[in-house]
Design a protein around this ligand. Sequence first.
Ligand code: ADP
Ligand code: ZN
Ligand code: ZN
Length: 743
Amino acid sequence: MSERYADVIVDLTAMPDRVFRYRIPEKLADQICRGTCVEIPFGRGDKMTRGYVIGFGDEPGIDPAKIKEIAAVSDRGIAAESGLIRLAAWMKKTYGSSMIQALKTTLPVRERENRKTEDEIMLAVNDTMAGEILSGYQKKHFTAKERLLAALMREKRINRGEAQKRLKITLQTIRSMEGEGVISVTSSEIDRLPSVLLSPEGEQSGPAVLSDEQERARDGIIQSFRREPDKPCLLAGVTGSGKTLVYMDLSERMLAEGREVIVLIPEIALSWQIVRRFAARFGKKIAVIHSRMGKAERYDEFERVRRGEAKIVIGPRSALFTPFSNLGLIIVDEEQEGAYQSDETPRYDAREVAIKRGQIENARVLFGSATPSFDSVHRAESGIYRLFVMRERYGDAVLPDVSIVDMRKELRAGNTSMLSGALKSAIAERLERHEQTILFLNKRGYTSFISCRSCGHVIKCPHCDVSLTAHRGGRLICHYCGYEQPMVRRCPSCGSPHISGFRAGTEMAEGIVKKEFPEAEILRMDSDTTHGKEGHEKIVKAFAQHQADILIGTQMIVKGHDFPDVTLVGVLLADLSLFESDYRSGEHTYQLLVQAIGRAGRGEKKGLALIQTYRPDEPCIQAAARQDYRAFYNQEMGVRRILGYPPCGNLLAVHASGRSEEKLDRAMGFITKYLTLIDRRKQTRVIGPAPETVSKIKDYYRRVLYIKTETEETAVRIRTLLEAYIDINSGFRDVLFSYDLNR
Ligand code: ADP
Ligand code: ZN
Ligand code: ZN
């Protein structure tokens, strides 16, 4: 090792702002790497203290005569922390961040929160005495005291809050009796448990018997883990096939071996069902972490993990860094979800980090999805993952019938409404039969493409196979390459004047449905109606209890919920996600449609799904209607291969933003020139720069530039070179850069 000094952190809770440099003695050189726990002389008295190595250097940093030496490698190091430090080191290198930033992600400072306490009242006298005192109270007509004492003689101990509420006793009375020495009040710390752990109502609690197909998948996974422990498994199972059951079965086996489990879910609001099922089966052995949780509640859950009480943690991507010391399994549910990508530095992909943590800590990794990402299927095909498939829905549930409704024909027939004739009559039928309907508005935030209502034609970039984005001032812009053209007034394909962008929202849809079906009870679920801690769950619960006939919402309604009375799913407009200006828009649309279709007919009654679209021939819509993942995958991969998009090629995005548009454009110009300069062997293709889809946020202008490379190594090398170039040039000072590789 050429490095002779190590950076050591001592106090993990005050971490990671105080780093101390120590000399590495020759004899320990081979034993020390990032994450190693060491004994060091620390402070004035050189007290032997435990610390963790987080980095290395060639310079002592201070007077070489004064620098201290690492005394020993400690074997008392906490395995979890060591592992998470090594993980941080890997993240720093992989995603381009500082070690400190990476450490703050893997070992976040958890400030101590005040614990919640509860008071309990007990008798302080024996029964005979209590009887005498009781009659004394009766004589003096101290009715409140009498009530409490009598109750205590019966029940032995009573919670103070309960005594006040149920027995209507004031705090004064309690204090007075405590003063008389009749009762004693003790307080103890309790955990603030997430409500789902207290009442996972409506869920079966015991272990279920797996179906044959489920058993085959589970056994296959176990065998694969045994033979090739480092190889992640991918469980692709149609909606309703029982993936959650397989997860629980595997988790139980891990617990039996004394190991812990992390279950990642994209977002708690979208995954209440899986949390409730785990809660029903494992009770307080699970801890739940989520973003809408209060700080104190979160701290308590963390404490339950630290105390070794909770063995399974369920939560969003940050739950990946739970400091378990004997981690056995990481499950990533709905692995295709964008929520697994962090958008703060280090901009990590939780799936990759899960694999890395698994390697470091000898834990297995399982990905699951009804609609796995192309990326993961491609990896399975290349032998990097092992693939397991479940094709059947559990029990008698069958996949619904699916019809595609051509909205161009509706227009021709004079129907300009958002609801086709077919959908209207299907809804009416459901109302009559007292069954439920879900109406899904396929909208992912920002929709800005231009399309023709008469023929379905969409204005695309002639170079990039992504749709053009309408910008103010009437320009259409490709945000991959910067190609621009004026707004069109007539459809270039059929000449129709009915060409424009879509301005459809859930509120508007709700209004239209209300007008059409005034007698129906309607619930709406979107970001407006779901604030509050459990606002989302409330709507889901109400709908599950059949308090409404129709649920209208954006993509959050098609994920993870089981509504047994829903027999109709209407996709109001499939096209809305089809033309996001993103090369994966087809993949996303396929996933959303399959999830939406999967909501219909989860119970015994057969379901129907109607997909409204102006592009009925679009491969992803066709394939989704038939649930034919293979067909779509093969077709779409052909396109990606030709265009060099991931996973067939590598795409490095350089995002830049700045307050001065001029400086920003100049900076991007420099970068483009530099890229040509360093690419003497012509290994890359540069696309752009161009404005981002949202080209200005909070007064910051935004640009993006894409670099296509054949190998990932080339992409990483280019990013490293760019970082260095930007670092030393003052011209980039007022511009903020970030990078995304293949996401
Ligand atoms: P997925 O997660 O693959 O969509 P789920 O795990 O939600 O599937 O299963 C769908 C439904 O079928 C759930 O209500 C679940 O309780 C039920 N189910 C699946 N497998 C079994 C089984 N082996 N025994 C009993 N119920 C099952
Ligand atoms: Zn047209
Ligand atoms: Zn383009």
